[in-house]
Design a protein around this ligand. Structure first.
Ligand code: NAP
Length: 346
């Protein structure tokens, strides 16, 4: 396993991070624990979760994912060997069941969210506490263009950062990070930290995969110059890049078959590009999933690639992507497809 530094901290995280958002929905507690045991045995020390999980978010299941991680941490007693990341839910996105929809990032909201996570996780600190998505009107979750929108209140980044800083001071949070953010958002948090002498954000967790490389446009430079590395989520575009949904196939029990709301990676152009990436992988004797994962892990602005799996076979295949080095001709093939079909599923 390779380890990379998390932002400016002295924490070294594994280049693969174990995603957890299927636990409590597609996966049981026993399966979650088996995934954790396997991942840790393979050298993964980084786990990503959220108070909102599992996905799709539902009132009946909310918090289960953290609960399963908590029971595992308690049973194995290895808390200090793990770099544990979780997130506070932002406003909107159809989520009313968390704090009755009170999700603007004020101190009481963030504090209440963190206390809930700590209780479920059976720990007294998280290593990385992330804002799940911005609480201002901006373009994320697949929205490509930016249209200035009326806002009830202006962004309140200093207030949010001050609230997070208190939790750091109290020892409940070691470091803070952003998710689904824009270059303006990251730079604003960094500028506020500088102005007020408060903690800097150390990471940004955004989507990044062969069908959506929009991170490269504005954020890759921010990552590099400001030491705010990418924690890449959905590296397989919800499983699409394995090729298993091509030609209208809908394998039983898989995410896109089960949940009709997940349309982000189903666009016609995305399917055309996927067919090309799958063809390229097979031409070079590679598994399409491993090629897609190796591409993400090998990008210089990536701190860790957040993999997700619903079976042990998938998890083993994904972890083994670390053994795949992409040859120059494969990388050239990827660039050729990307040039013809850039970011078909932003
Ligand atoms: P992904 O890699 O795009 O998709 C993972 C899914 O693809 C698996 O659950 C599995 O689903 C399928 N799959 C994985 N490996 C496979 C293989 N080798 N062969 C065939 N199918 C395979 O990642 P993701 O689950 O969307 O995201 C990973 C993690 O990132 C999440 O758990 C979460 O921690 C984080 N995340 C964060 C955000 C955010 O807003 N910050 C958003 C999304 C995700 P099926 O078995 O159902 O097909």
């Amino acid at each position: 396993m390779e380890y990379r530094r998390l932002g400016h901290t002295d924490i070294k995280v594994s280049v693969l991070c174990l995603g957890t958002m299927t636990w409590g929905e597609q996966n049981s507690e026993a399966e979650a624990h088996a995934q954790l045991d396997y991942a840790v045995a393979q050298g993964i020390n980084f786990i990503d979760t959220a108070e909102m999980y599992p996905v799709p978010p539902r009132p009946e299941t909310q918090g289960r994912t953290e609960t399963y991680i908590g029971t595992w941490l308690r049973a194995r007693g290895r808390r200090d060997d793990i770099i544990l990341a979780t997130k506070v839910t932002g406003p909107g996105n159809g989520i009313k069941h968390i704090r009755d929809g009170r999700t603007r990032f004020t101190e009481p909201v963030i504090r209440e969210a963190l206390e809930g996570s700590l209780r479920r996780l059976q720990t007294d600190y998280v290593d990385l506490y992330q804002l799940h998505w911005p609480d201002r009107r901006t373009n994320f979750f697949g929205q490509l263009g930016y249209t200035p929108m009326e806002e009830k209140e202006p962004p309140h980044i200093e207030e949010t950062l001050t609230a997070l800083a208190r939790l750091v001071e109290e020892g409940k949070v070691r470091y803070i990070g952003l998710s689904n953010e824009s270059p303006w958002g990251v730079m604003s948090f960094l500028a506020a930290a500088e102005r007020l002498g408060l903690p800097r954000v150390v990471s940004i967790q955004n989507p990044y995969n062969l069908l959506n490389r929009s991170f490269e446009i504005g954020l890759a430079e921010v990552s590099h110059r400001e030491q705010v590395g990418l924690l890449a989520y959905s590296p397989l575009a919800f499983g699409m890049l394995t090729g298993k949904y091509l030609d209208g196939a809908r394998p039983a029990g898989s995410r896109i078959t089960l949940y009709s709301r997940f349309t982000r990676y189903l666009k016609e152009e995305g399917q055309r590009a996927t067919a090309e990436y799958v063809r390229l992988a097979r031409e070079h004797g590679l598994s399409p999933a491993q090629m897609a994962l190796a591409f993400v892990t090998s990008r210089p602005f990536v701190t860790s690639n957040i993999i997700g799996a619903t079976s042990m076979e998938q998890l083993a295949e994904n972890v083994a992507s670390l053994d795949v080095a992409l040859l120059d001709e494969v990388l050239a093939g990827i660039e050729a497809i990307h040039t013809c079909q850039p970011n078909p599923c932003p």
